[in-house]
Design a binder for this molecule. Sequence first.
Ligand code: HEC
Length: 127
Amino acid sequence: MKFKILLLVIVAAFAFAGCKYDWIIPEEVPVIDPDDPSQQVSFSEEILPIFTSGNNCTACHNGSQVPDLREANAYSSLNSTRYVNKTTPDESRIYAIPHPDGGHYKKYTAIQAALILAWIQQGAKNN
Ligand code: HEC
């Protein structure tokens, strides 16, 4: 009888220990379908804040370091084949250099990288 209780306690302990892993919630990376008009990425509302909020990129890219990513200049700075490759979007410098797997000073989160890529795939518009 005592053995059965002991066994129950052990089984219960394992069951609760197992639950621990449910608390680790993975970062959800949005899958953006660039051809779906309802999933249009906005430069001013979604892309710009990646560069400017908390001086994420503008700590350095503030005019002294190209590309100038300050709010007033970011679009015109990026509107060039040096930074945006509409034929092969994932080779765009503005996507590839700060990519999460890269070694830049500041890297995009997975979500930010997905937004940047979708924005380029959708034609890198000033929207
Ligand atoms: C701590 C300073 C610093 C921060 C923060 C920073 N960068 Fe940079 N970045 C640089 C420097 C310096 C270079 C010049 C090349 C090099 O050293 O890699 C550069 C180069 C680049 C280039 C390539 C420029 C070219 O013409 O080839 C891109 C694109 C870029 N950064 C984007 C970003 C983005 C986007 C962010 C924010 C997520 C960011 N950087 C954050 C310092 C920074």
